[in-house]
Design a protein around this ligand. Sequence first.
Ligand SMILES: *Cc1c(COP(=O)(O)O)cnc(C)c1O
Length: 382
Amino acid sequence: MKVDFYRHQLTEKHGQAMAAVVASPFLTTGKIARGVEEQLCGYFDVPHAALVNSWTNGAVAMLLALDIGPGDEVIVPAATFIATANVVELVGATPVFADVDPGTLLMESTHVRERLSARTRAVIPVHLYGQMCDIASLRGMLDTEAENNVSIIEDCAHCFEGSFNNERPGQHSDAAIFSFYATKNITCGEGGAIILRNTTLHEKLLQSRLHGMSAIAVDRFRGGHYNHWDMERLGTKANLPDLLAALLPDQIAEIESRLPERHQLARRYNDAFAGGPLRLVEPRAGCRNAHHLYTIGVPKGQRDEAIAALNAAEIGVTVNYRAVTEMTYYHERYPQASSACPVSVKWGTETLSLPLFPGLQQVEQDHVIRIVEEKIYPLIAT
Ligand SMILES: *Cc1c(COP(=O)(O)O)cnc(C)c1O
């Protein structure tokens, strides 16, 4: 039986929403995007939201809005997708890699504290797999221990609908950034969003999101005539067109009702693997897990054999993630970084992700579980 790693849930109605934009004169960022931003402000209870065309471009725009660049350091976990570190490199700043908790794989205040320096300007904690880091504690630690003002940018690519101590992302950070990439819990193919509370920073972000221009396209033609614009700061091109934004309103409205299915699927895997030889991610107390990914650890370095066995059984798998510090680019630039992040490096050699998405059928999941027990368990035992 073939089991996909992921299947999206976009349907006819999403296609119709997109077709309505095609039938209108205005294709790029306009009133549909504005509507989604308002929807996000309501969902997250924050005053500002800005849609972007990817997490990556949004994060670059955010770093530009914070005036972070050459000479500045930004602390990121080594256990994450490369984009978290890449955006720091892209603005000319220096990523400083911190390790993560061996149970939850989350970067906490204790890991960040060890990497603080006089040049630290920001921290990008990653809510890995859907569990949230403790941002309130991180804020408190930075306020007492950091020499300068250090911004917190939450990487929420895995955590739209998660919470910690009943608080969603965005409450204790300077900004929280989401991804609507093809496989994420909410998707428009490529896209993302930034939520934030500070009005001045939001205004700067609106500029850095669009070349640094002082007015977005709809405003340039406001009043039925052309209005001159200026450029006050350097920006990138990170706005999301209405064409793609049209896919989002229904998904945001339905995300809460989808979460129980993710929880149920994760619970079935957990129950099946309990007491077995796999390393499982520890649940973090107080977290409502968004369960973006279900990852397992195959100890004894037999991970790649396990992937081959799953592939042979036509089961889609991915690796999330080999440590960023182990990538050739980072290894060459920061050769000491891996030795400072042993937990991330080890997990990166052990981990693989199994199919988990709303719509995964029970027979499909049973097949995955059976193959894991029959093919992967013996690899670990020997
Ligand atoms: C997907 C992902 C990103 C990048 O998102 P894009 O929208 O593809 O730029 C960043 N961080 C993490 C943890 C991710 O999983």
